[in-house]
Design a protein around this ligand. Structure first.
Ligand code: NCD
Length: 325
């Protein structure tokens, strides 16, 4: 594995896909491609982050994203600490900024943050002097999820500019949908957003994707159908009549999948609500479902992001030291 790769990545943090350009993304995906192969070896350890400290701060629950960042950090040789922020001093009334200052004093090099408020990760990034990675902020962005989704599609189907991709379900509450629309359109794909109108956010038609409220029309002739979880925890009041009815109109089952292109591939970021947004027979069909490949590629993408941002951080610190001398 190349410890010293050619790179030209100007961003100190990864707060969202919005603001990245094609070259930034291509570099991250190329490195992630290498790390997929690297992670398939028996011994998957390299010391590019040796001696560096990675703090995982998850203010919201997570299974795969947190463990994936933890594995990524460990495979690169970092010291990784998972802070249980659900039980943090925030509950005792400490402000988010105080928490940031406290953690910053522990001199971490990389901070991975998930928070239920959109914009909270950006706010924290301004108060610390290490590299910050957004692992999902409210309904705003989840950039590493979009990167792993793009990597998964590209490794399987090649150039995205030839593809039509439908993102279906609870668009309104989904940071995954927002980050994916930015990224997949940046890479040239035709993107459709499909869901019932209460779950389509205002202004979605300006994101660069076509909006459909009829699932059958929306997935017609698509190469990839990406399903989203119904984010019931983010819904206040009644958005939907019932989950049964939702499945009838918007759940991906074998019948509806027949309307997409023959052999169309199915994705889901997890965790899945089986029988609500996706039928088990579709999710578990290994010829069509990329769901476990997404998880595999997630570790590789996070390795690429941690590696790249650590290089940027070391360069910045070296420049600061020069100025001080
Ligand atoms: C997503 C998230 O947290 O935004 N999940 C994930 O990162 N694997 C999507 C979701 O929670 O439905």
């Amino acid at each position: 594995m190349a410890k010293d790769f050619e790179y030209n990545y100007p961003h100190p943090h990864l707060l969202g896909i919005e603001g990245l350009n094609r070259l930034d993304v291509e570099q991250l995906l190329a490195l992630a491609d290498d790390y997929v192969e690297f992670s398939r070896q028996d011994r998957k350890h390299v010391d590019v982050l040796k001696g560096m400290t990675l703090l995982n701060l998850f203010f919201e629950n997570s299974t795969r994203t947190q463990s994936s960042f933890e594995l990524a950090g460990k495979r690169l040789g970092a010291d990784v600490v998972n802070m249980a922020m659900q039980n943090s001093s925030l509950k005792k009334g400490e402000t988010l900024i105080d928490t940031a200052m406290t953690l910053n004093a522990m001199r971490p090099d990389l901070l991975v943050i998930r928070h239920n408020a959109s914009g909270a990760v950006k706010l924290l990034s301004r108060k610390v002097d290490c590299a910050v990675i957004n692992a999902g902020d409210g309904q705003h962005e989840h950039p590493t999820q979009a990167l792993l989704d793009a990597l998964t599609i590209r490794r399987r189907l090649g150039d995205l500019s030839a593809l039509r991709i439908a993102i279906c379900g609870d668009i309104a509450h989904s940071r995954v949908a927002r980050s994916n629309v930015f990224l997949l359109t940046l890479l040239g794909a035709e993107v459709r957003l499909v869901g019932p109108s209460p779950l389509i956010p205002k202004g979605a038609d300006e994101w660069g994707a076509e909006v459909y409220t009829d699932m059958k029309e929306g997935i017609a002739d698509c190469d990839v159908v990406m399903m989203l979880r119904l984010q019931l925890e983010r819904m206040e009041g009644a958005f939907l009549p019932s989950t049964r009815e939702y499945f009838h109109f918007y759940g991906l089952d074998r019948e509806k999948l027949k309307l997409a292109k023959p052999g169309a591939l199915v994705m889901h970021p997890g965790p899945m609500n089986r029988g609500v947004e996706i039928e088990s027979a579709v999710a578990d069909n290994l010829d069509r479902s990329l769901i476990t490949t997404q998880v595999e590629n997630g570790v590789a993408v996070r390795m690429a992001v941690l590696h790249t941002l650590s290089r940027n951080l070391l360069d910045r610190r070296a420049k600061q030291n020069e100025v001080q001398r």
